[in-house]
Design a protein. Structure first.
Length: 241
């Protein structure tokens, strides 16, 4: 199959690209570092030509507006009318009032109403979320750790799931993907800091608002029929070396 991966250089997207290549697919990567800016659409049509399926694993970092980003990217991807689009989304994004989650829910809606056969692949936070928050929420030696119940999954297994779904018939909303065990984000960050010999103190914080309440209260955990990954967070930490 010819599989186009938007965001194919990111945490999840790069794993999908590796898995797809290992399985013998013809893979094309769409990202700015591959010369394609999907918010303008420049270069997208040529790259998407002949694709059997498009995986949208793109994401916005830093201060970018997630709603504007995902709307523009999805428009650029569906403009070429691919036979199937697989959208990587976040577990419970439609239940929590938070800008990124509203943007992901709108992205799902846009895929569903695009007229293109689609699959929504929701995942929980990745194991890589611990280093992500460590870097993002660090001020000097202090690293803020949101009080969060999460069931993190390996990005590699997210990549496998995306390719499994890309190889299958369009499924609409697929089952959630989550890791094998529930974790507590402050403990994940402490384990990450110890394993990677980073110095600093982890300070758990109850985030305000709807997102904070959901995070503490289990609102980010997957539905009971979720597909579970194999690698635990502890195994992922051990593999950091
Ligand atoms: N991280 C998590 O824990 C998690 C959990 C569940 C779901 N998700 C969702 O999964 C998606 C991917 O997350 P991630 O953590 O793997 O993201 P990431 O590592 O930040 O990767 C983002 C990808 O998007 C590309 N990108 C950014 N701006 C672009 C643009 N203007 N045009 C084309 N490509 C662009 C980046 O490449 P360039 O910088 O080269 O353009 C990169 O390949 C996100 O939508 C996120 O909401 C993430």
């Amino acid at each position: 199959m010819r599989i186009a991966v938007a965001g194919g250089t990111g945490r999840a997207g790069a794993q999908a690209v590796s898995v797809a290549r290992e399985r013998g697919h013809d893979v094309v990567v769409l990202s700015r570092s591959a010369g394609i800016d999907l918010t303008t659409g420049d270069g997208a049509a040529a790259a998407l030509d002949g694709a059997d399926v498009v995986i949208d694993a793109s994401g916005v970092r830093g201060k970018g507006d997630p709603a504007a980003f995902h709307t523009a990217v999805l428009q650029a991807l569906v403009a070429s009318r691919p036979p199937h689009i697989v959208v990587l989304s976040i577990v419970n994004c439609d239940r929590i009032d938070y800008p990124l989650y509203r943007a992901k829910a709108a992205q799902e809606q846009a895929a569903a109403s695009s007229g293109i056969p689609f699959t929504i692949a929701r995942a929980t936070q990745f194991h890589e979320f611990a280093p992500q928050v460590w870097e993002f929420a660090g001020v000097g030696p202090v690293h803020i750790a949101p009080k969060m119940r999460t069931q993190p999954v390996a990005a590699r297994e997210v990549g496998e799931r995306l390719v499994d779904l890309a190889e299958s018939e369009p499924a609409g909303r697929a089952a959630d993907l989550a890791g094998p065990r529930e974790e507590w984000l402050p403990d994940m960050m402490r384990a990450y800091a110890a394993a990677s010999r980073r110095r600093g103190v982890v300070v758990p914080l109850a985030l305000p608002g709807a997102f904070g309440r959901a995070a503490r209260g289990g609102g980010l955990l997957p539905s009971p029929d979720a597909v579970l990954g194999r690698q635990t967070f502890a195994q992922w930490i051990a593999a950091l070396g």
